[in-house]
Design a protein around this ligand. Structure first.
Ligand code: NAP
Length: 314
């Protein structure tokens, strides 16, 4: 809100999944929009959003949703952004701002910016906040509080539009950082995308093991495996699209990871205790730095936290 006025008149949010429904709830909770329009192409999802009651209008038509909207936010999987933008482009109000929440930025800018008419600004954004849950019931208004939102302005971003989108995320309680889409994709490859790939891989490997029964994997999962299973239960469509659309940065980081893993393998093989101890000491310091910056708590988690407290940054 600025001087008692909401930041935006009509805000249309396309895609009522975890992030879209959290944005709609935050928009109402923090009073940033006069009208919140929620759109989703699935009838059951629209029914659920109506029942949850956090939007002023709910529609299955994304073209109807964007008509007259000052801000349109694309909250669909990365691979669906271009098609959604192309569909709504002819219906956008002159001067409107289009933003998105995609976990990959370069591919989204490439797919969305050519679709937009002159006079419509694109402000790409990525809230680095999430959980492993999907759908409208998973969302909550405070998901973005204390989390980073990264803006990656491009040629289609007017400075005033960037300022307004930054103000929206600050109103949601986020800290805003600006960088290029290329840099974003590289940073998120190592902090989010490769860790998810590792989790998917280790859970897949355990599931394939023949000498260890499935029940033993579940029974003794608290030994570290369980934390990977939470990440590996994240939405398959979303993560498929992340890896298809951030291929170069993920392969670059995966190459480095594989080299370091080989070095670690060598330390284990040759009994290099000093090497292992030194590495584990360095990594422990990184964890302490994350806690010190308020991005995680030091509280023990024995799997008893609710989904909200168990939020993970993606
Ligand atoms: P989600 O809960 O799975 O919701 C995805 C939404 O997109 C649903 O409303 C779905 O509609 C819709 N959708 C799926 N395929 C579509 C298509 N081909 N065309 C149009 N709509 C389609 O996902 P989410 O976690 O909210 O993720 C949404 C976006 O946020 C993604 O771009 C993701 O990269 C980004 N993001 C996610 C997180 C996270 O932690 N989850 C964090 C930051 C950013 P239906 O209801 O019809 O299936």
């Amino acid at each position: 809100m600025t001087d008692g006025q909401p930041l935006f008149g009509r805000v249309a949010i396309l895609g009522m999944g975890l992030i879209g429904s959290s944005m709609a709830q935050a928009a109402r909770h923090f009073g940033v929009a006069e009208t919140v329009v929620a759109a989703d192409t699935a009838p059951a999802v629209c029914d659920r959003v109506r029942a949850l009651g956090f939007a002023d209008h709910v529609t299955m038509s994304i073209t109807e949703a964007v008509a007259g909207a000052d801000l349109v936010v694309l909250c669909v999987p990365v691979g669906a952004m271009g098609e959604a933008a192309a569909t709504v482009a002819p219906y956008l109000k002159p001067g409107a701002i289009v933003s998105d929440v995609g976990s990959v930025k370069g591919a989204v800018v490439d797919a969305v910016s050519p679709c937009l008419p002159d006079g419509v600004a694109l402000v790409p954004a990525h809230p680095v906040a999430g959980t492993e849950h999907s759908g409208p019931d998973a969302g909550f208004a405070t998901l973005f509080e204390g989390r980073w939102c990264i803006l990656t302005p491009c040629e289609c971003s007017r400075p005033d539009a960037v300022d307004r989108v930054a103000a929206l995320w600050r109103a949601f309680g986020s800290n805003v950082e600006t960088m290029t889409a290329t840099h974003h994709d590289l940073v998120l490859a190592i902090t989010s995308h490769v860790p998810h790939l590792i989790a998917y891989n280790i859970v897949g490997t355990a599931a394939d093991l023949e000498q260890v029964t499935r029940s033993e994997v579940v029974k003794f999962s608290a030994g570290g495996f369980r934390d990977f299973t939470r990440i590996a239960s994240s939405d398959p469509t979303m993560w498929r699209d992340v890896f298809l659309n951030n291929r170069d940065a993920v392969l670059e980081m995966l190459g480095r990871f594989t080299e370091d893993l080989a070095a670690l393998q060598r330390m284990v093989r040759w009994g290099d205790g000093d090497g292992l101890f030194d590495l584990f000491t360095r990594t422990r310091a990184i964890r302490r730095g994350i806690i010190a910056q308020g991005q995680e708590t030091a509280a023990p988690d024995f799997g008893r936290r609710g989904s909200q407290a168990g939020a993970i940054d993606q």
